[in-house]
Design a protein around this ligand. Sequence first.
Ligand code: NAI
Length: 474
Amino acid sequence: MAEEYDLVVLGGGTGGYVAAIRASQLGMKVAIVEKEKLGGTCLHRGCIPSKALLRSAEVYRLMKNSQQYGVEIENFRLDFAQVQKRKENIVNTLHQGVKSLMKKWKIDLYHGFGRILGPSIFSPLSGTISVEYEDGRENTMLVPKYVLIATGSRPSALPGLVPDGVNIVTSDHSLEWDNLPSSVLIIGGGVIGVEWASLLADFGVEVTVLEYAEQILPNMDDAVAKELTNQLKKKGIEIVTGAKVLPDASSSSGRMEITAELKDGERKMFQAEKILLAVGRSPNTENIGLENTDIELENGYIRTSEFYQTKESHIYAIGDCIGGLQLAHAASHEGIIAVEHMNNLTPESLSYENIPSCIYTDPEVASIGLSEKEAKERGMEVKVGKFPFQAIGKAHVHGDTEGFVKIIANKINDDIVGIHMVGPNVTELISEASLAKLLDATPWEISKTVHAHPTLAEIIGEAAMSVDGNQIHG
Ligand code: NAI
């Protein structure tokens, strides 16, 4: 059986399903092939479930500190089964939402494993998709004019440290824990590592983070990484940077043991009930039939043009499987651009310096553009404004005065080069920075934007004024 489509999207994650909707809006006949559930990593194993757990951790933390707000609470306890149930309800609700969007936009969903075929009896071009089903049903052949590969990524492992799902886990496993372990050794102090460190510590778990680089969040602005390090340490998290984890974990009296070589060459043993690997993600580009095409790979990632066309011009690829920022919102924007490009709408290419990154630790971190170090490495002359939450009235009301906003501007033309934040609600505040970057605003223009009082957002106006030394409250 062969079905013809204008577009077949391989992978129904955030990148894939958003692209499919845009394609349908543009009049294309579209199908998605998804082997698991619509919504992909972000909805089922990433952004949404982890943020649901983080929210519960935040509520628990607030309960523990409620006295500070004049609220005495006796006998409260953590019901982790309910924490997990709440997370599952959220995921299920959003999953239903995505499924109904597919109906609304008349997108066909094939629930199976899609493999790209080379030129065949179905088409002289590569790109026919063979959908294979788990129950052994005969494959369906989808013959599209265009293919969009959006197969995503999976957690990477380390040599000698293969996740068994019980003692050595990735975030895929820890998201499903029925009970919290008493202690966790997190390998990798990147985005996933620090989010898990923060949430586990808030739930009362003993946490150690082993990070290979000189700082956690190695790609973040140094000042932000330093502030987060201090705040996480205040929660009791042990953070060891410059730690080279040696292969082979062993288990002794129910605890996992691992050895790391530290900066000074000393070898130290670390122990915990579980080891959580958070050392990056690998692209899902194997077994999908790329060998039947001329598509090129680089370190396992699919190479594309700025409009996400592969070497085969009718096959596009977006999201984690092409590398780069590996963020859900980057993938969805890439998907829209790819589909508009197929339809000759001449979209603008995406500026990756205008894509915000958010980390949902306590305190939160958010960032857009270049770090001060990156700007200087590019030979830019910069001026920097930095303003603390300590001087913002609403931060005191909120009960959260740690952190700051840092704005880096080009000294020559006043362009904003980067905005980096750590503190309360900064994952929401970053959207103003995104708009400012998109519209090429200068710090002066941000400072002329009226920020309501009292709001946390006032910090952005003050940080912008501080770029030229004109801040009012600091
Ligand atoms: P990552 O690349 O952010 O961090 C991995 C960390 O592990 C790095 O700091 C690296 O130096 C360290 N590392 C690597 N090998 C190591 C070793 N042998 N020993 C010790 N440390 C080692 O990757 P992560 O945290 O796994 O996240 C994967 C992707 O998912 C990222 O691209 C991230 O942006 C995305 N993500 C985004 C989230 C968000 O937007 N809030 C949440 C979670 C993930």
